[in-house]
Design a protein around this ligand. Structure first.
Ligand SMILES: N[C@@H](CCC(=O)N[C@@H](CS)C(=O)NCC(=O)O)C(=O)O
Length: 218
């Protein structure tokens, strides 16, 4: 198994957590998003979308999109499960995951930030306002679901970590990078704390990866 990864990538963080929970240790190929390695012809041949993560398992073809990869890993390596068994709980866990991976994170990825800067000439303070707004909107929605829907235990959905926690951990890491305080989202903060007590989550954190700086940055 070969994972294309970069320390800062929040989407790759999701896959790293799943791999750790499953006890899988792929070979890691670093794609430096700051240098623009994702746009090299070599990597474009791996993932035509020019984004990470990408995972090659055996002969391929390449696996792409973090949620699809996490569910693939869960289906290939069912223990511990990353989705609850009850259909409503599965929908809840997937819903939380999608608030992060489908709605919030896409608004703050490097190519979007670069477009805001280079094409639309939006300055750094306005770009940060954009990012913090959309990161905060997702956190507020997730906080409401976790606090009010009756699904949440120690983790987002019950007492075992699921794909929802994997995505929430990545959202929390992004909040840290962009200076969004989790204190305004107390249930989120509590669940993220519980996640970080699990080695699979803590060891996968962006700031624990080779090449990461000592303190958070974007
Ligand atoms: N929806 C994708 C997002 C992939 C993505 O945008 N990855 C970022 C890093 S977290 C990336 O490689 N960005 C490169 C760029 O924007 O140029 C997923 O969840 O896998």
């Amino acid at each position: 198994m070969k994972l294309f990864s970069f320390w800062r990538s929040l989407a790759t963080y999701r896959v790293r957590i799943a791999l750790n929970l499953k006890g899988l240790k792929p070979e890691v190929v670093f794609i430096d998003l700051i240098k623009g390695d994702q746009r090299s012809s070599e990597f474009k041949a791996v993932n035509p979308q020019m984004v990470i993560p990408a995972l090659v398992d055996g002969k391929g073809p390449v696996l792409f999109q973090s949620l699809a990869i996490v569910e693939y890993l869960d289906e290939m390596h069912p223990h511990p499960p990353l989705l609850p068994t009850d259909p409503r709980a599965r929908a809840f866990a997937r819903g939380i995951a999608q608030i992060v991976a489908s709605d919030s994170h896409p608004l703050v990825v490097p190519r979007i930030r670069e477009y805001l800067e280079r094409e639309l000439k939006i300055d750094e303070p306005a770009r940060m306002q954009w990012i913090r707004h959309w990161v905060g909107e997702a956190l507020a929605a997730i906080e409401s679901h976790l606090a009010n829907d009756g699904m949440t235990g120690r983790f987002c959905c019950g007492d075992q970590p699921t794909i929802a926690d994997i995505c929430l951990a990545s959202q929390a890491a992004g909040a840290g990078f962009f200076g969004v305080d989790l204190k305004r989202y107390p249930t989120v903060a509590r669940v993220v704390d519980a996640c970080m007590q699990i080695e699979a989550f803590a060891a996968a954190h962006p700031l624990k990866q080779p090449g990461a700086p000592a303190a958070g940055t974007h």
